[in-house]
Write a protein that binds this ligand. Structure first.
Ligand code: SAH
Ligand code: SF4
Length: 390
């Protein structure tokens, strides 16, 4: 197997052996991170010979993109790891209501002509795509085993390496560049926000997630992302949150709360027995003190389980006086788990109770749900389909 060019040591050794000047090394790094290239042949600021030598010695991506699925709001990408596991990342596009309507009418027109374009990106109107978010995976599977989650059903295969996490971002940026070209000001479009909401529990793979964040925020040899443009979503791994405080990594934190009391939380998320709600809330308060960041609380809406009005009241009381934003996530159904999604009216009523008590709340719908899937869950359909094909 070729070495990874993402390890600075590998590139330095190569540079020494091939007597490359430091500015050449810098150029190679710029070609990857700034020019968003994932093939040496596309690195036109380098000589042909050098490109060939690099190609013989190095790989850029540590994972291999296999399948890409495009829809109006998102693009899902499945990658194969070298040890033959599948992981996924999702590119999410934030659009105004007006923009969405114009896309729909475009889709409609194509449908009425009864022919779908070969290249689905013709669905995209020619206007600036802003605030592109990438949802990344941090592990293959997940050891936490929340009862509602298909990734949890996989169990844990292994942690993703720093390079495997970074490769998801490198591929997404190259894809965005190839499909959507430059902005009016001639700069390249790129992922602006990263959310660790794909497969896995990021705070259980703390070191590699931390190392990947270092690259995400680095100006040279990195993606120049703002710290506040990176969100870690966690089931509430207290030591991980404490470590974030110690390491002074003030990224945004999303807490998968899903229940406002210890009993229900334990039932849905066995990890809550170890990291109890009381202790979790105290740790979050410590985090808010140092980061001054509003916390995102994810709350799953499962019919007759988490959606009762009294739970909304409990949730409001729990978050009262805290810097909080609640995101209600309609439960995403799948055949492997016998739970049902709350109906829309119940979700709205739940939201009203929270709002009346002064809590900021949104309902997740467009982001990642359009293809029946929030990120972190679509692999199930893929695996299920594969079984059907066999
Ligand atoms: N392990 C981390 C991040 C990955 S999961 C965490 O749990 O926070 C990303 C989000 O999707 C979490 O809030 C998770 O609880 C939620 N989720 C998992 N399964 C779901 C389902 N079936 N329907 C809706 N959301 C789900
Ligand atoms: Fe793991 Fe998050 Fe799924 Fe729970 S919800 S099993 S922590 S991926």
């Amino acid at each position: 197997m070729k070495q990874s060019i993402l390890n600075p040591n590998n590139l330095q050794t190569f540079a020494k052996e091939h007597k490359l000047q430091p500015f050449r090394v810098k150029q190679i790094i710029q070609e990857i991170y700034d020019n968003q290239n994932i093939r040496f042949e596309d690195m036109t600021t380098l000589s042909k010979d050098l490109r060939q030598q690099l190609d013989e010695n190095f790989e850029i991506l540590s994972i291999i993109p296999e399948t890409i699925l495009e829809s109006e709001d998102n693009i899902k990408i499945w990658f194969k790891t070298h040890d033959n596991f599948t992981i996924e990342a999702v590119i999410l596009f934030h659009r105004s209501k007006h923009e969405k309507e114009s896309i729909k009418s475009k889709v409609h027109k194509v449908e009425s002509q009864n022919k779908w374009p070969d290249d689905l990106t013709t669905l995209w109107p020619d206007r600036p795509l802003n605030r592109i978010t990438l949802c990344v995976s941090s592990q293959i599977g997940c050891p936490v085993n929340c009862v509602f989650c298909v990734t949890g059903k996989l169990g844990i295969k292994r942690d993703l390496t720093r390079n495997e996490i970074i490769s998801q971002l490198l591929f997404a940026n190259n894809f965005i560049k190839t499909k959507f070209g430059k902005k009016d000001d001639q700069t390249l479009r790129a992922v602006r926000n990263v959310v660790f909401m794909g497969m896995g529990e990021p705070l259980i793979n703390y070191q590699n997630v931390k190392k990947s964040i270092e690259i995400m925020i680095a100006q040279a040899g990195g993606f120049s992302l703002g710290k506040r443009h990176i969100t870690i979503s966690t089931a509430g791994i207290i030591p991980g949150i404490e470590q974030l405080i110690k390491d002074d990594i003030p990224v945004k934190l999303a807490i998968s709360l899903h229940a406002p009391n210890q009993k229900l939380r334990e039932e849905l998320m066995p990890i809550a027995k170890v990291y109890t709600l009381d202790k979790l809330m105290k740790t979050i308060d410590d985090y808010v003190k140092v980061s001054d960041n509003r916390i995102f609380y994810e709350y799953i809406m499962i019919k007759n389980k988490t959606d009762k009005p009294e739970l909304a009241t409990q949730l409001a009381d729990l978050l009262h006086g805290r810097l909080a934003h609640v995101n209600l996530i309609p439960y995403n159904m799948n055949p492997a788990i016998k739970l049902e999604e709350s109906d829309e009216r119940t979700i709205r009523a739940f939201k009203d109770i929270l709002e009346k008590k002064g809590i900021t709340v949104t309902i997740r719908d467009s982001l990642g749900r359009d293809l029946k899937s929030a990120c972190g869950q679509l692999w199930y359909e893929k695996i299920a389909n594969r079984h059907c094909e066999e």
